[in-house]
Design a binder for this molecule. Structure first.
Ligand SMILES: [Zn+2]
Length: 379
């Protein structure tokens, strides 16, 4: 999936500061949740906390000096960027190696400052995994436009315009008018056929999660009938926008639809998951039971609450995950502390080719330990 955002994350994942450490910083700048003052205060507090941590670190002078410069750079960056209207900011710095990267995020991350050997990119990759790319088609009797909508961006892909007379001129005899009308309808059908073919060509070669269609009801039935079944199955929703509408209007409606779809999908998933949890055979709930099921390879779909993190334990030999085991029950080795066991669980689930689904809090999943797992059917 081509995306400048993804390319920058790949570059981040490859960066290594040699002996130096990298500072990763995430800030929730969603103004619908808190004021600019509160955001600025949160950033200041995190940076102050970071300074205290660096002072007490047992590392070389060179590493400390690079980290101190990171914090100064972050302080300047966030102070200057708080007028931005994006819901989240991420910044990475390794001053001693001359490394700096800042990203606007399409959704709010959890406030965090992480100092580690590598840039901490998981909060950003999680956002990326969660965003879907859609093909938008706006269509009327003469025009059609195709757009690529992804990560709050809209890019025109193609357009088509057919030469179709608007109306039958007045002053023409009944029979002649009917003949012209039939001719016009045949031209419209040919136009729709070309649109159906172009939609198929675009949709089959690119990684789109689905098609959204902005098309008058009067054309919809005819057009739908002309679509290849591959395309028809991928229609995820209808839009009110038309080919004449400007890009920002199309994007706004598309994003609204995506939010509505996501919400409905989350509700359906929760209903199914909670039903299974109540029955008690094919599902687990809560972090402890979900980790146990993951360790046994029983999980088919892991369902996690967005931005929920809990520290936990990890066996460096078996790679098993626990909430609070001091020794691995499988190999007796001492477990290591992980700052975010939920994230380790997501990583482990993806590694085992399980589905991972996210639920926006607050939700009914909060009553079930904020995490659930659907188990594989036993053979
Ligand atoms: Zn072990």
């Amino acid at each position: 999936m081509p995306s400048p955002f993804r390319d920058r994350i790949v570059a981040l994942s490859r960066f290594h500061g040699g002996p130096l450490l990298t500072t990763s910083f995430f800030l929730d700048t969603n103004l619908s949740k808190r004021t600019r003052r509160e955001i600025l205060l949160a950033a200041k507090n995190m940076i102050a906390g970071g300074r205290a941590d660096i002072a007490s670190m047992d590392v070389s002078r060179e590493i400390k000096s690079s980290l101190e410069k990171d914090l100064a750079a972050l302080e300047a960056y966030f102070a200057g960027n708080l007028s931005s209207t994006v819901p989240g900011l991420a910044a990475y710095s390794c001053s001693g190696a001359g490394f700096w990267e800042a990203l606007d995020l399409p959704e709010a991350p959890l406030d965090r400052l992480v100092v580690d050997r590598n840039p901490y990119i998981r909060p950003v990759t999680r956002i990326l995994e969660d965003r879907r790319r859609f093909l938008v088609l706006t269509l009327d009797r003469r025009e059609a436009r195709w757009y690529d909508v992804y990560m709050s961006r809209i890019d025109p892909l193609s357009s088509l315009s057919s030469d179709i007379p608007k109306k039958v001129k007045s002053g023409i005899s009944g029979q002649e008018a009917k003949r012209i009308e039939r001719h016009v309808e045949a031209l419209v059908r040919a136009h729709l056929k070309r649109c159906a073919q172009t939609t198929f060509d675009i949709l089959k070669k690119d990684g789109f999660a689905g098609l959204w269609l902005g098309c008058p009801d009067a054309l919809y039935r005819d057009f739908e009938g002309m679509l290849h079944s591959f395309v028809r199955e991928r229609i995820k929703g209808r839009l009110k926008v038309r080919p004449i509408d400007p890009l920002d209007v199309v994007l706004r409606e598309a994003e609204d639809l995506e939010r509505t779809l996501k919400k409905r999908e989350e509700e359906d998933l929760l209903k199914m998951l909670i039903g299974e949890i109540e029955k008690g055979t094919r599902a687990r709930s809560g972090l402890r039971d979900c980790l146990a099921a993951l360790n046994k390879g029983e999980v088919q779909t892991l369902v996690v609450t967005r931005n929920h993190f809990v520290p936990g334990k990890h066996c460096p030999r078996c790679r098993l995950l626990f909430l609070d085991e001091l020794r691995c029950p499988a190999c007796e080795r001492k477990t290591e502390t992980r700052p975010d066991i939920v994230d380790e669980a997501i990583e482990s689930a993806l590694h085992r080719k399980c589905d991972v689904k996210y639920i926006t809090p607050p939700s009914r999943l909060d009553h079930y330990g904020k995490m659930g797992a659907l188990l594989r059917y036993k053979a």
